[in-house]
Design a protein around this ligand. Sequence first.
Ligand code: ARG
Length: 484
Amino acid sequence: LKRESVAEFAALQLQDPHLGIAQAENPRTVVVDFSSPNVAKPMHVGHIRSTVLGDAVARLLRSAGHNVITDNHLGDWGTQFGKIIYGWKHHLDQENLAKDPIGEMERLYKLVNAQSESDEAIADAARAETAKLQNGDAENKAIWDQLREYSQEQFDEMYGRLNVNFDYTLGESFYNDELAGVVEDLQQRGLAKGSDGAMIVPFDDIPALADKPLLIQKRDGSFLYGTTDLATIKYRQNEWHANEILYVVDARQSLHFQQLFETSKRANYTNATLRHISFGSILGDDGTPIKTRSGESVKLRDLLDEAESRALEIVQEKNAALDPEIQKQVAKAVGIGAIKYADLSQNRVSDYIFSWERMLAMQGNTAPYLMYAYVRIRSIMRQSESTFDAGKVLLLEEDAAFELAKFALRFGEAVGRSLKDYRPTALCAYLFHLAQKFTTFYDACPVRSSEEPLRSSRLQLCQLTADILQRGLGLLGIETVEQM
Ligand code: ARG
């Protein structure tokens, strides 16, 4: 590579609003189905990966010019609601509801669930409440609406803190009226058949699925998760003309998606490519899925609180002189960024061990390290900006400058690699190396004390690096700050 050519391309990249990310020649319409928590339950640590990964995938796709539709497929339908409604009618604690609505709904669910196990009459009564809800009973519908509202408040709070947005939140209930038609259609076309009074889609011709049919209707007439997912595919085809549908869901659901995709293919419900973007679990120190000391799943709210308070301690210690309000803002960005980055920098299919020390470390492949690299460059630039001559030719005589410019040019390639198999880890690794190359450059090439034309050239390399770090972190859903 000729140094002058690299200099020319780097200068072009600096002017490019996409910073060198190639724009798709044939943009695809990609539906990203992610997060999708269940109504009437607290969001917990298990929802982090889908939420953070799905959001990053959506941002990456958009950066390459694709038409992205994000859809939060809430679990807001199904038999658990009969139990909660039964509990609501017989055991509701108004005071607790006002204080902690999600906690109260969870309490009612657990209570009635336990009662149903030992008492057939209560189990039947709860089933009857589900049936009434699904048949449009006004009282049950009103209770259910409240359950959804309380839950949505909780979800909105979490998504607000995580800075995650959805174009649509079409929960499972949205497809209720289509389910009977789906079953009938599959049956008429010979794809589904009765089995013990239930309806299944058998896959006898596929050895791996031979004894694993997809259940689409239970004996009592109720429909299932898979039935809803089939109706959802049809909707996404007919309404959105999706070319690709991504399901960002835990690896434990991989059988469900195999069955779903196979059924959809047989029924020809969509032309879209269906993909399960699967991921592993978050483990505690002991190597089993992370839990609180009392054995419950860790609530997302508590986790985000802890991330922010731990980050605040670090900021207070490292930069005591910073205004307390700004310390708080920085701690928020760093805490949330650290959680996201710890997740995204892993290979998504592997499990990983959750470690506060590691994710908040100022050294290594972490969010704080990258955010700090950005802060440092911005501060160099602020102190020199008055005389900064943008648009000057880049001088890449020093090897460190040449290496940095060459590496900066590979940003688009890193984004492309992350998109190829929806693995943001590739972009994380790239940003980490970019920050390291910048350090080498800055050690070898002083900026503020240098003379023109070197000074403007070096400042432009600072600018290019800062822009890429900011854009790259942004694609991961991580906010940068100006001081730390
Ligand atoms: N609500 C489901 C769960 O918590 C996840 C839904 C994923 N999306 C889908 N289309 N099945 O397990």
